[in-house]
Design a binder for this molecule. Sequence first.
Ligand code: HEM
Length: 331
Amino acid sequence: MNRMWIALIAVLALIIIPWVGVGAAGLTLLFGVGIPYIACLIFFVGFIYRIVSWAQSPVPFHIPTICGQQKSLPWIKANNRESPHSYWGLFARMALEVLFFRSLLRNDRAELKQRQRLIYSSNRFLWAGGLLFHWSLIIVLFRHLRFFTEPVLPGIAFVQNLDALFHVGLPALYITDVAIIVGLSYLFLRRVIYPQMRLISLPSDYFVLLLIIAVVLSGVLMRHFFKIDAEKAKELALSIASFRPVIPTAIGLPFYIHLFLVSILAAYLPFSKLMHAPGVFFSPTRNLKNDSRARRHINPWSYPVKVHTYEEYEDEFREAMKEAGLPVEKE
Ligand code: HEM
């Protein structure tokens, strides 16, 4: 079966679980408190486990990937951004990568055109789609802090007002809600439309995208179409966050679907490719300075190797070398 369909069916099955569990069986305590707590536990233990195991992995070789002149002689112009030799250069390169996905700007497309000639061209769509999605997600999550804090943290109302700047609809449509849907749609469709992307995409690639799309759509739908009791949702969120869970009263089925999908996402995250977010900080190709001309990096795994020097060789074979007419250094 097509890999995308496997992922789609899995996500649809996940939507049906709370639908039946809350809508038909009325298991609000399980879906409102039990499952979110279990998911948080799996998330924190799994996340910390992955981070600790990465932090403990040896990095025996000095392997930053660079594309600029390394610092060497004073009259050769060094490029501290592309080939950082100082901590400031490293920090700047890392910040540009993490905040603006700078290396994705160099994304190329290779296509067979004009009588089978391979043509390379720049492709900025992945960069734009990725940036749109990640930045919108950060803002959506930041706005969500209003459900977990009372009084609401300063700055949240400001961001919320800015995000609803155009005052379209009631409740107002957030710019980031539109942006995140556009970004996610592009990221998903490129894996469906381009044959090369279809070939390399696994069910897990589609699954994470579809799961995040389902979380976002369920959130948007319950804000604008299938109304929920947001006050009660906040009561529940606050009670969970303060470890004094209350038995949730009628909040609305869409909320439980949203919360269940978020719980699955949280529990799955430490075992998925979504760990690229903290992983980038542990990547030795990114987090090392390129100072191998200024400093000798010794592999800590190197052990003293027994060598046979030329002097020793000559001492051993001097007479035979002389007999054969070969030149020797010492008579
Ligand atoms: C990965 C995590 C999550 C994502 C990506 C997400 C996404 C969204 C989105 C896009 C919306 C539409 C409205 C808006 O942008 O504010 C929304 C609404 C909502 N979300 Fe989430 N959400 C997440 C986690 C949670 C959690 C943990 C809760 C638990 C309280 C929650 C509760 C709500 C509620 C109550 C609304 C309706 C807001 C309203 O009516 O104004 N969300 N969510």
